[in-house]
Write a protein that binds this ligand. Structure first.
Ligand code: SAM
Length: 207
């Protein structure tokens, strides 16, 4: 199924998962926060229901799904309809772009990373968060992929593949954090590096 149809259908369920797992959400927000540089003009690509942008103070998002965007707008985020592969902004419009758990809905990372590169000013930053399929919990995602509507058609990746794609797109990775070591709704530690936590965050700077 086309990801934006999927999220149009399941926006309530997606957002409710965070309501039911507030400590996992807090752990993930902290992992993003630890790699986030100070910013003045920022956008979240694939803003979804806006929980991360709201927490981080990002005022603007891009989102293809109307139902997801409506949640984000209700959280005070301005949302522009669009996709990562064709961002509706001029070159060098932002100092920071965020892409949080969007990569697994993209068949190829290169077009999206090229667009993020284009809309960032020189030395601008891209903050990525993704599900690291190479972490121990990745086994569970793989085992449940077919039965989970959110992941049935997902393109899961390891952090190594994301790092290579960032390098190919002209980004230098400066910070890496990881968190979420089980599905228990507890505050999970945020640690440097990757390979243990299933939620990995990266700070990449435009070379
Ligand atoms: C797992 S959700 C993440 C939402 C939000 N970033 C968060 O972390 O809660 C993935 C989001 O990516 C959006 N999406 C899917 N394909 C996309 C594309 N090609 N460009 C931009 N966003 C896309 C979906 O509509 C959905 O809102």
């Amino acid at each position: 199924m086309n990801p934006s149809d999927l999220f149009d259908r399941l926006a309530n369920e997606y957002d409710q998962w965070f309501e039911d797992n507030p400590m996992i959400l807090a752990s993930e927000i902290e992992a993003v926060r630890q790699v986030t540089p100070s910013f003045a003009r920022a956008v979240e690509v694939g803003v979804g229901t806006g929980r991360f942008s709201e927490a981080l103070g990002v005022p603007l998002g891009v989102e293809p799904s109307f139902s997801m965007a409506r949640f984000a707008e209700n959280r005070g985020i301005t949302v522009v309809r669009g996709v990562a592969e064709a961002l509706p902004f001029h070159d060098a419009s932002f100092d920071t772009a965020f892409m949080i758990t969007v990569d697994c809905y993209l068949k190829s990372l290169a077009p999206a990373f090229a667009e993020c590169y284009r809309i960032l000013e020189p030395a601008g930053h891209l903050v990525i968060a993704h599900v690291d399929i190479d972490a121990p919990l990745g086994e569970v995602y793989r085992a449940e992929q077919e039965s989970d509507p959110f992941y049935r058609d997902a393109y899961f990746r390891g952090t190594g593949e994301v790092l290579r794609a960032l390098d190919d797109a002209g980004f230098e990775v400066q910070r890496i954090r990881q968190t979420v070591y089980s599905f228990e709704d507890i505050l999970h530690e945020v640690r440097p590096g990757h390979g243990e936590g299933v939620f990995v965050t990266l700070l990449a700077k435009k070379r």
